[in-house]
Ligand binder design. Sequence first.
Ligand SMILES: Cc1cc2nc3c(=O)[nH]c(=O)nc-3n(C[C@H](O)[C@H](O)[C@H](O)COP(=O)(O)OP(=O)(O)OC[C@H]3O[C@@H](n4cnc5c(N)ncnc54)[C@H](O)[C@@H]3O)c2cc1C
Length: 462
Amino acid sequence: MNMSRARERLVVIGGDAAGMSAASQARRLKGPGELEIVAFERGHFTSYSACGIPYWVGGDVTDRDELVARTPEEHRARDIGLRLRTEVTELDLDGQRVRARDVDSGEESWTSYDKLVIATGARPIRPDMPGADAAGVHGVQTLDDGQALLDTLEGTRGRRAVVVGAGYIGVEMAEALIKRGYEVTVVNRGSEPMSTLDPDMGRLVHEAMEGLGITMVNDAEVTKILTGDDGRVRAVATQEGEFPADVVVLGIGVRPETALAKAAGLPLGPHGGLLTDRSMRVRGQGNVWAGGDCVEVLDLVSGQERHIPLGTHANKHGQVIGTNAGGGYATFPGVVGTAVSKVCDLEIARTGLREKDAHRVGFRFESVTIESTSRAGYYPNASPMTVKMLAEHRTGRLLGVQIVGREGAGKRVDIAAVALTAGMTVEQMTALDLGYAPPFSPVWDPVLVAARKASAKVRGSL
Ligand SMILES: Cc1cc2nc3c(=O)[nH]c(=O)nc-3n(C[C@H](O)[C@H](O)[C@H](O)COP(=O)(O)OP(=O)(O)OC[C@H]3O[C@@H](n4cnc5c(N)ncnc54)[C@H](O)[C@@H]3O)c2cc1C
């Protein structure tokens, strides 16, 4: 501990999911008499849900404040010294201090620490091309971005929207714009939307989106964003042609925000994220932790490091970091890559490895796809569901599951996430004691039907 201070100081960089979870958990374990906590956030908000932005833009959530889990005032009331609109610009690891700049006044100062948490999140990828910054072109990373998009939607008479990118954010934004009454075109570089699925499952999403009236343009690279005389966006140009647009939403992915960490010489992985040990401590550092979208995580199925920017991980990382920084003990074992999203009433879920991941890692595998229903076939509103399952050749170990269907399809992936975490074989899965009644599933749940088929294929009896 710094001898000139009576109590330890924990400095947190980043005031959202990972950073404020860490700060809050450390505060639960150590009172203000023992631990001073200072958190820097360059934006206007703390503990906000970017995950809720598509539903706010789409009108399901009407009040922006509902997306803020804990305000700056609420954090301050719990003795967390929050420095809002203050950006950390340099890490001095030897001197155990950070340099920060007040975003509004430009004033700079150094703050020393005993323990440091880096929770700087991810930076959205912005295309480096003419027109990318034009009026009417929006990202959806922060609540300020969401508000700016809503302002544009309210001030625009035209009704044509182009979404660039067909990952889950692009797909969710397509739904939001449909709900706002826009004609939506999704321009996608990949062969099918949702590249976190295998293309055969992505195809189902593609067809369902077309069924919703969304124009899908695959295998299309955006070359230019065209503007009118007023400087506003008027179209998105690709090699496939031009797509008129009154508003453009960009959802083309993110990269770990690790410029500060890199400049300080901290270890980065192949995807540009910070590397940590199981306690979320930055490798080689005694008193520096990192979590959330700025780190790489261990994929428990492939055994490789990956960058998977999801709020569900960021919150768990923050909890682990706060426990350790607060003098307790906790670890984060890794992830199996579970994600769920939706476009209108189509639910899309995945966990584990896709075929191309399994090939890359060197697994030989069997793959099965089954069609089933969300409820007993005779029960009202039973809807179709497709489940794809990958199992390791010979051992039958579950490797991955993808599900596309209507109500009740998406969260079924959690059965597979648990099975993957437990290292189960598809044969073991067939005997899982899942709940059954006609309103909830067929007597053989669709996940179990897939497991039976995969198990038969592994045994060579199919
Ligand atoms: C539209 C959208 C929908 C999403 N939907 C889902 C979903 O359904 N499910 C899911 O699991 N995840 C979802 N996510 C992802 C999820 O929001 C992120 O994974 C999560 O917010 C990551 O938390 P974090 O704390 O690591 O980073 P962030 O939330 O990015 O927070 C980092 C904070 O650090 C601040 N910061 C960065 N650098 C500095 C600096 N030098 N000084 C001071 N402050 C700094 C930033 O301003 C930011 O507030 C979604 C994201 C978006 C954009």
